[in-house]
Design a protein around this ligand. Structure first.
Ligand SMILES: Cc1cc2nc3c(=O)[nH]c(=O)nc-3n(C[C@H](O)[C@H](O)[C@H](O)COP(=O)(O)O)c2cc1C
Length: 232
């Protein structure tokens, strides 16, 4: 079935339109999101499937003064050049197709915000925006029960994707950020995260600043021939 043959008005067409609209938001308005909206998004995301229905996630929604304190500390770490100490392995190497896709998405962002190739200072400032949470009024810090291992983390990935879709459906912008797991010790200190949890990633969210150039590009997707194998 091709996307074109999906009946308009069907549930799948509706879902497709939310999926098409979702993109990583890299500049937010400061306006806080009303609490009932956040609760609705969380209620929808709670339907995420997980192995044995263990629901290995514990998510910290951080807003207001605690968020500003966290933001300040993350930016301070970045500005001091503290080397990342992620608890979960970061990719070892991007090769071939994966490297091409990675470069294409980096290029699109830099072109959108006017960072010239090789301008380390400007690209560093854009990277720093991660730790400013791109100006978002809220962040969800994802942790996973350590004893549930890799599959717990995989379930957290599903939660993350569903949260971003629900946020899009509620008219919000969001972005998953592995960068926020750079210094788990900072998150542990601010949020009293115990050693029984892994820090997985963060999701900054809020109302999108639609006029900001960082939000003015969209990433492409590889064709099915590169990502799907049909057997039989
Ligand atoms: C688990 C995960 C971690 C990510 N970490 C970051 C990050 O630290 N900083 C960032 O700018 N984007 C991050 N992204 C966003 C990706 O770059 C983005 O999803 C990808 O380029 C596809 O673009 P789209 O989300 O606009 O469709 C992350 C995405 C995922 C799913």
């Amino acid at each position: 079935m091709t996307a074109r043959s999906i009946a308009s008005g069907s549930d799948l067409a509706l879902l497709q339109s939310v999926m098409d609209r979702r993109h990583s938001c890299r500049s937010f308005l400061q306006t806080p999101v009303p609490w009932p909206t956040i609760e609705q998004i969380l209620a929808a995301t709670a339907r995420t499937a997980s192995w044995c229905n263990a629901q290995p996630w514990l998510v910290h929604i951080v807003s207001g003064a605690p968020l500003e304190a966290l933001r300040n500390d993350l930016v301070a770490q970045a500005d001091a050049g503290v080397p990342p100490e992620p608890e979960l392995d970061w990719p070892v190497a991007y090769r071939g197709l994966f490297q091409e896709r990675r470069r294409a998405c980096g290029r699109a962002l830099y072109e959108a915000v006017g960072v010239r190739h090789g301008d380390r200072e400007a690209s560093g400032l854009q990277t720093r925006e991660n730790f400013r949470l791109f100006g978002a009024p809220h962040v969800a810090i994802m942790t996973s029960e350590a004893a549930l291992g890799t599959h717990g983390i995989m379930d957290c990935g599903a939660w993350t994707a569903n949260f971003m879709l629900a946020a899009t459906a509620a008219g919000l912008g969001s972005i998953a950020q592995a960068a926020l797991a750079s210094w788990p010790a900072v998150l542990r200190r601010h949020l009293q995260i115990g050693r029984d949890k892994h820090v997985v990633c963060g999701i900054s969210f809020g109302y999108e600043d639609t006029a900001h150039p960082a939000n003015g590009f969209r990433t492409a997707r590889a064709p099915g021939s590169e990502t799907v194998v049909f057997v039989g």
